[in-house]
Design a binder for this molecule. Sequence first.
Ligand code: SF4
Length: 305
Amino acid sequence: MAKFLYGPIASRRFGRSLGVSPVTDSTCNFGCVYCQLGRIRYSPHERAEHADVDAILEEFDRSGLTDEDFDALSVVGDGEPLLHNRLGELLRKLKSRTRRPVTLVTNGSLFVAQAVREAAAQADIVSPSLDAYDEASFARINRPYGGLSFASYYEGLQAFTHAYEGQLWLEMMFVKGLNDDAQALKKFQKLLEGLRYDRLYLNTVVRPPIATAEAVDGKDMQRIQAALGGIPLDFLSDADYADPEQDALTALKNLIRRHPLHTFEIEGFLRRRGCEDAGPILQQLAADPRIEVVTRAGYTVYRPR
Ligand code: SF4
């Protein structure tokens, strides 16, 4: 079973995205109210060598995957990549192995440190988040590990976006009642004016998070887009998830460990492998003690426990 690689999975931003996870086990220095990873292992902000870089590269080399198999190599996964102290080296070495873009998806928490900005700048595309507009909303939505202020987070994000020469795709996650009212949008407008970005993606909650967080509806999203610009990501999509693993059950467990899946996504995955009856597999997934099945707002998600 792959330890650090997962997918390729269909990403509306990156196409067929092969995931690389240098910080595993849901380890993060944020505890976002909308997080889809299940229980977060709260991490302090100190960086460490979470996964062995050589072991990640060996796994990639052994996988036999080539540029034909994916559109982007995405450093993301089930933990915050900026917490890895050899991130820059990992990005550089991944880039030497592919002509596809190497992307970094991050909460942007540690950009205030120059060494972190320099490491992240090795990626071809960086996609950081901006969900909060002041100290109180930062504490309410992103819930950072102690000692990180919104002022320092934004200062770092600003410094990174202006210095970085690659593609900067900013992502904002909107949660009903927390950061979607007129006052919040006004503050976001001001914050966005201070950043440099190539694209702005607007997102909302589509998988049951650890805390109660509600999605904004289509009308709200239109209002947000009118105020901020950007591209709203669709609420749901029957994504083309894939995994090189032959056994469908093992492949799904592999994917769910890093990326929660809706029932309809699992059914679509199985259909593409010629299996029309997903029932037995869904039962086996539900019986796995490492998987949690959560139903909310009429849809069911399988995610890591
Ligand atoms: S959503 Fe991302 S940044 Fe937020 S707690 Fe989850 S893993 Fe961390």
